[in-house]
Design a protein around this ligand. Structure first.
Ligand SMILES: [Zn+2]
Length: 165
């Protein structure tokens, strides 16, 4: 009896592995739909549970705020990683996010995801505004960000403008 139960282990392991493989395959086949941008966590190991939630929140927004293919978005999971990232980028005057257009990277202070959804969505859209205009101008980035967040209204207003209403 003991001999039989021991010999079942390889089979059980095989079934478990097959199940894990099937689950993994399902996940990877749907993942590319969300965004072409690559998301990486900075300091995720130390603060993993919270940071994984922040990444999930970001990926939800990336479905409608689509960053270009090949773009890298870094989420800092700890304040110290944000401070270091800022220093390495010549200390831009921000406590939320910055983008290096030439380096095709955006760094988000993960703490923005502790604020309301409109707040962090606005920041993600603002950085995308910089990327789309390929400029550092804040007003232009903000205008594009508004249009990205209000696609129906900005369409209505352009229609109103062309029809003279
Ligand atoms: Zn800006």
């Amino acid at each position: 009896m003991k001999h039989i139960s021991v010999s079942l282990w390889p089979l059980l392991f095989f079934l478990f592995a097959m199940n894990a493989w099937a689950t993994e395959t399902k996940v990877t086949s749907t993942a590319p739909v969300t965004s072409a941008a690559r998301v990486r966590l900075d300091g995720g190991f130390q603060n993993a549970p919270q940071c994984n939630l922040w990444r999930a929140a970001l990926q939800e927004e990336l479905k409608t705020l689509q960053y270009p293919p090949g773009w890298t978005i870094t989420v800092t999971c700890l304040r110290s990683y944000w401070d270091t990232a800022r220093r390495n980028a010549d200390s831009p005057r921000t406590n939320t996010a910055f983008s290096k257009l030439r380096g095709r990277t955006t760094v988000l202070n993960g703490e923005i995801f502790q604020q309301s959804r409109p707040f962090y969505r606005g920041i993600i859209a603002h950085e995308l505004g910089h990327i789309k205009c390929d400029c550092a101008d804040e007003a232009t980035a903000e205008r594009i960000a508004w249009e990205l967040q209000h696609p129906l209204e900005s369409k209505d207003s352009s229609e109103a403008a062309t029809t003279g209403k």
